[in-house]
Design a protein around this ligand. Structure first.
Ligand code: UDX
Ligand code: ADP
Length: 479
């Protein structure tokens, strides 16, 4: 019999759980959706009346929360109660790369997923469909199933479970759009009834032909593979950007030329400072670990190369900044535009900005860091270094030897540029394309450099205002 789902519990109110459940609640007014998280601070923010305080910034999310919260969508820490009333439970918790032990640095740490499975086993009542939403290594469903099955004999009340894999393909910054109009929804599992029950929920807003049914392992592996392929494209184009700079070619022309081949396609061919985000590196390393585990070292090496190239590329950018500034940046002020791993998100996980800023600080630069959405506190955490007080009169000096290896958080781009030797664009926020380079050029110390790692700034304006420009993948100096 196909269960009619009336009550959903999602464990984990993070970047995936929060937006996914919000869009589901918005499209399924007859289903009660309860999102739970053990982090009470995060839940408080999800419930704040000031929508600017939501813990996640995603365009369009605030409007949905306004419509659904308190009606069919709740956020709480009542894990036990919400699990016990649910017909379907989504597991959407974090699965960071393991720091210690077997597989450290590559395998996913499944302790939170396991903890969830145990909680579900303990508190669920009757028949419950458990859906893996977090990105997980292949065969995790097996672990969840084993834990759930073991519980069936532990507790007196009759409990039965089905496990499905339903990976999320949303990208940050466009999460709401991706969820409302997904390219596809993937559901993997063994029970046809459970698969149909979940498909019926998605059918409220997703066309039937975009809902794919697979076996559970294909579903888990497809998610890792999709991320690996996307990341591979970025490493491929970034590798060619270095070659463009050495040969006189231009990466934008190369991207356009190859992207017009319908077999290649034009998306994900923008050369940048290297991919970041919580998924790409983690998922590829997961794939590497799996390949090694199953005795496929050639496969492991192939995919590991994508991550190695990305690391190399990020350090390549810091090295060339140092090189252009006469081989030394100690006592020089460098203004950093953007710290998020991409525009339209406040997420900094694995951001190229972390590696590049750390390299520059290590070399003794004084950094003035600007980002429209990332907080000073977050940058302090990422750089493992506190910011100097930005009320101090640090912009007055013409050199910054006293501030070697330090950084300041600066909300005003023009103040940030004062007396700086270089400006480095790392995140493609729209406001950076509107900078008045005439004003900036009067504020900077000469010779002044602009490093555009996203190829988003107006080269003409920068050069016409007497500034020196380096642009990713632009080999025009070598023509
Ligand atoms: C990614 C996948 O796109 C998504 O399907 C999956 O569910 C989670 O991982 P996300 O990490 O949010 O999403 O960001 P994405 O837009 O894919 O960008 C990842 C990184 O690649 C960013 O640092 C971005 O700046 C970089 N990138 C992307 C490029 O450098 N060039 C491009 O052409 C595209
Ligand atoms: P993702 O990007 O995968 O959504 P996040 O780290 O943003 O990951 O969010 C995962 C959330 O899951 C966190 O807010 C964390 O507190 C929550 N979480 C982890 N384990 C549990 C658990 N056992 N019960 C409830 N919430 C949990």
């Amino acid at each position: 019999m196909i269960p009619n789902i009336k009550n959903i519990c999602c464990i984990g109110a993070g970047y995936v759980g929060g937006p996914t459940m919000s869009v589901m609640a918005d499209n399924c007014p007859d289903i009660i959706i309860n999102v739970v998280d053990k982090n009470s601070e995060r839940i408080k923010l999800w419930n704040s009346s000031n929508l600017e305080l939501l813990p996640i910034y995603e365009p369009g999310l605030d409007r949905i929360i306004e419509r659904c919260r308190g009606k069919n969508l709740t956020f709480s820490t009542d894990t036990k109660e919400k699990i016990s009333s649910a017909d379907m439970i989504f597991i959407s918790v974090n699965t960071p790369t393991k720091k210690n032990g077997i597989g450290a640095g590559q395998a996913s740490d499944l302790k939170w997923v396991e903890a969830c499975a145990r909680e579900v086993a303990m508190f669920a009542k009757g028949h419950t469909i458990v859906v893996e939403k977090s990105t997980l290594p292949v065969k995790t469903a097996e672990v969840i199933k084993t834990i759930l099955k073991a519980s069936q004999s532990n507790y007196n009340d009759a409990k039965t479970f089905e496990v499905l894999s339903n990976p999320e393909f949303l990208a940050e910054g466009s999460a709401i759009e991706d969820l409302e109009k997904p390219d596809r929804v993937l559901i993997g599992g063994e029970s046809a009834d459970a698969i149909i029950a979940l498909s019926n929920i998605y059918k409220n807003w997703v066309p039937k032909d975009k809902i794919l049914h697979t076996n559970i392992w294909s579903s888990e592996l497809s998610k890792l593979t999709a991320n690996a392929f996307l990341a591979q494209r970025i490493s491929s184009i970034n590798s060619i950007s270095a070659l463009c700079e050495s040969t006189g070619a231009d990466i934008r022309e190369v991207s356009r030329a190859i992207g017009l081949d319908s077999r290649i396609g034009s998306k994900f061919l923008d050369s940048g400072p290297g991919f970041g985000g919580s998924c790409f590196k983690k998922d590829i390393l997961n794939l590497v670990y799996l390949a090694k585990y199953f005795g496929l070292p050639e496969v492991a090496n192939f995919w590991e190369g994508v991550v190695n190239l990305n690391n190399w590329h990020q350090h390549r950018i810091s090295k060339l900044i140092i090189q252009k500034l006469f081989g030394t940046i100690s006592g020089k002020k460098i203004c950093i535009l953007g710290f998020a791993f991409k525009a339209n998100t406040n997420d900094t996980r694995e951001s190229a900005a972390i590696t590049i800023c750390k390299d520059l600080l290590e070399e003794g630069a004084f950094l003035s860091i600007n980002d429209p959405k990332v907080t000073k506190k977050q940058i302090e955490k990422d750089l493992e270094k506190i910011s100097i007080d930005n009320n101090s009169n640090y912009t007055c000096s013409s050199d910054f030897f006293d501030l070697e290896g330090q950084w300041v958080f600066e909300k005003n781009i023009y103040k940030s540029a004062e007396n700086s030797d270089a400006i480095v664009l790392l995140t493609e926020w729209a406001e950076y394309s509107k900078i008045d380079w005439n004003i900036i050029s009067k504020k900077m110390r000469k010779p002044s450099w602009v490093f555009d790692s996203r190829s988003k700034l107006s080269a003409k304006d920068i050069i016409n205002n007497g500034l020196l420009l380096w642009k990713i993948g632009d080999g025009s100096d070598n023509k």
